[in-house]
Design a protein around this ligand. Structure first.
Ligand code: NAP
Ligand code: F7E
Length: 326
């Protein structure tokens, strides 16, 4: 009988962590989820699978906690999804962002090197590393030009992953994922802010939606499709780095238009531009070329942009109606 594989996910309480845990459980894995200590529990996204996963306490700030977890559970695969992931916050908390999103990667790589360098490692890298893009579309060989402390921290995380692979012959992969969204996205990210705002306006709970730069363009996919690519990367014969993207780009304005359309409203009547949501340095255009993932991994996105917008708006309408007992 084949031995059951065990995976450790850092950031299991986040959007991607919850989808990845579901996916790995379906694949027959035993899933260990690392959670950080907080004064209140934050299991909203994993409450439906909480009895199927093992939750352990640890923090990317604390290498000793990582070593203890690896020693106790000896996973076959580690998915490092934990990060301070909100770009806007990275300007107000640049040092904190560097500690967790950059140095945190070294801490977990080093813990793996110490405990068992045969453990396979996935690093959640980001299209934000391309920033002020020097090539369109962006692929694995496109040079990085990050535009935020978050983007800079992710560049560090990417290169330290490559470096541990080359220095210690570790099976370490960096997945350069373009924006991926879902009904589980945090409320501060623009897609969820829009879907939630649209639902509130439709239900008469708000009169306007205040946003920043409407012209920024992103290559938006569905998170549920993207976590599969993470697993595919760790189950190849050789470790490598891959861009994961849809190859299509849309503006924030277009997202608004579709989301308001979905409930029969015109976004121009409700969206107000607000300086507070503008960034000190913007990433104007992202569009990825996932040819390598398609040809090597056999990965392709399954959810269209229009389906993504619709499912997010529908979900927020449902959630708000439940909360309002409508
Ligand atoms: P998310 O929803 O913000 O989740 C981040 C997770 O990291 C949460 O579980 C959070 O725990 C945890 N975390 C934060 N600081 C930690 C620390 N010091 N120690 C341990 N855990 C910590 O992010 P996501 O959208 O799922 O993204 C997952 C990863 O992919 C992140 O690294 C992100 O930067 C990267 N990424 C995301 C996208 C995207 O479009 N979603 C694209 C490219 C790359 P709490 O619940 O306790 O806060
Ligand atoms: O912004 C513009 C904003 O915060 C998208 C993270 O998962 O993806 C995410 O980073 C765009 C930007 O995501 C508002 O200026 C306009 O151009 O949803 P976002 P992000 O910065 O692209 C990457 C790949 C990651 O790795 C990150 O972890 O939308 N925008 N008005 C706004 N953005 C926000 N948040 N709020 C607004 O009101």
């Amino acid at each position: 009988m084949a031995k059951i594989k065990r995976a450790l996910i850092t950031g299991i309480t986040g959007q991607d962590g919850s989808y990845l845990a579901e996916f790995l459980l379906d694949m027959g894995y035993e899933v260990i989820g690392m959670i950080r200590r907080s004064s209140t529990v934050n299991f909203e996204r994993i409450k439906h699978i909480q009895d199927k996963v093992t939750l352990v306490s640890g923090d990317l700030f604390d290498e000793v906690s990582l070593i203890h977890i690896l020693r106790e559970y000896r996973p076959n695969e580690v998915y490092n999804l934990a990060a301070q992931s909100f770009v806007q916050t990275s300007w107000s908390q640049p040092v904190f962002t560097g500690e967790v999103t950059a140095l945190g990667v070294t801490r977990i790589l080093d813990a793996i090197r110490i405990v068992d360098p045969d453990i396979r490692f996935y690093q959640a890298s980001s299209s934000e590393m391309f920033g002020k893009v020097v090539e369109v579309p962006q692929k694995e060989t496109t040079p990085f030009y990050p535009r935020s402390p978050y983007g800079v921290a992710k560049v560090y995380g990417h290169w330290i992953t490559v470096n541990y692979r080359e220095s210690y012959d570790m099976f370490a992969c960096s997945g350069i994922l373009f924006n991926h969204e879902s009904e589980r996205r945090g409320l501060e990210f623009v897609t969820r802010k829009i879907s939630h705002g649209v639902a509130r306006i439709k239900l008469g709970l708000d009169k306007e939606l205040r946003l920043g730069n409407l012209e920024a363009q992103r290559d938006w996919g569905f998170a549920g499709d993207y976590v599969k690519a993470m697993w595919m990367m760790l189950n190849q014969d050789q470790p490598s780095d891959y861009v994961i993207a849809t190859g299509k780009t849309h503006s924030v304005r277009r997202f608004c238009e579709l989301a308001f359309d979905h409930v029969g409203l015109d976004y121009r009547d409700y969206v107000v531009q607000d300086e507070r949501f503008m960034r000190p340095a913007e990433v104007d255009l992202l569009i990825g070329d996932a040819t390598k993932a398609r040809t090597t991994l056999g990965w392709h996105p399954e959810t269209s942009f229009e389906e993504l917008v619709a499912r997010m708006v529908e979900s927020d309408l449902r959630l708000l109606k439940q909360a309002q007992h409508l």
